[in-house]
Design a protein around this ligand. Structure first.
Ligand SMILES: C[S@@+](CC[C@H](N)C(=O)[O-])C[C@H]1O[C@@H](n2cnc3c(N)ncnc32)[C@H](O)[C@@H]1O
Length: 242
């Protein structure tokens, strides 16, 4: 009997459910594909994100890695020499967390299965928060950003790392060819999932450019929002103060 292909995430009330299902299904191959498809540059981007978090001002503090997936960003912080605090790594796709747990080697990182649109944490209870490749997947971006503002202590930082579309007459066509043609095919072959890696370029296309995301962060209650482009603008790193 043919198994029907899972439905692609679409705007609407069940987008969150579809995104959770997608990541639950690709969880076993997520790390492999992440590093393969990004040619490992994602590791460098995550290091930069943690560099910008300002954790050194509260080395014993609590830091949230929201939409944490398999913890690559949270572990980057938890393994920093001098870090003596706690990383709370939340995600609503339980299989992603389960695969992340296999990578833990006694680091101060606590997985929490939770929806970023309704975080189960008190107001002002974190000394920093970060999200890698998660904000783009939120069913309601403003609500998610407002939640991140709510759980942060005043004066603390939020760091958002996500894809962006590069400009330029050389890099842009190369990027578009790779991202829209090569990546979905490779992703399908390695993950075995029919469309998960076609959803990725589609979601980046719908995502606001860096200035637009910065405005949304301000609307959500952040100030001093600024961003830097990484690897010619393939990714952008936003930093904001609560
Ligand atoms: C592309 S992965 C990124 C994972 C990880 N941050 C990384 O850098 O590899 C996006 C993650 O966001 C999670 N996610 C999307 N919407 C969410 C929500 N509303 N609440 C919690 N997690 C969410 C997905 O389950 C998925 O694990």
């Amino acid at each position: 009997m043919a198994i029907p292909a899972p439905a692609r995430p679409s705007p609407g009330e069940d987008r969150a459910r579809q995104v959770r299902t997608l990541f639950s299904e690709i969880a076993p191959r997520y790390d492999l594909l992440n590093h393969l498809l990004s040619l490992n540059v994602d590791r460098r981007w995550r290091r930069r994100a943690v560099d910008r978090l300002g954790w050194e001002t509260a080395p014993r503090g609590r830091f949230l890695d929201a939409c944490a997936g398999t913890f690559d960003l949270g572990l980057e912080l938890a393994r920093r020499p001098g870090f003596q605090g706690l990383v709370v790594a939340s995600d609503f796709a339980f299989p992603m967390l389960r695969h992340g747990v296999d990578k833990l080697r006694g680091e101060a990182l606590r997985p929490v299965c939770a929806d970023s649109l309704r975080l189960p944490f008190p107001d002002g209870s974190f000394q920093g928060a970060m999200v890698a490749f998660g904000v783009r997947n939120l069913a309601d971006r403003l609500q998610g950003l407002q939640e991140l503002a709510r759980i942060l202590e005043a004066g603390r930082k939020l760091v958002v790392l996500d894809f962006s579309e590069p400009g330029g007459s050389v890099l842009r066509p190369l990027y578009l060819f790779y991202f829209r043609k090569v990546l979905p095919t490779l992703g399908r072959l390695v993950s075995g999932h029919p469309w998960a890696y076609a959803y990725l370029p589609a979601s980046v296309q719908e995502f606001p450019p860096p200035a637009g995301l910065a405005r949304e962060m301000e609307n959500a209650g952040f100030r001093e929002v600024h961003w830097e482009l990484l690897t010619g603008g393939i990714a952008a790193l936003h930093v904001a103060v609560r």
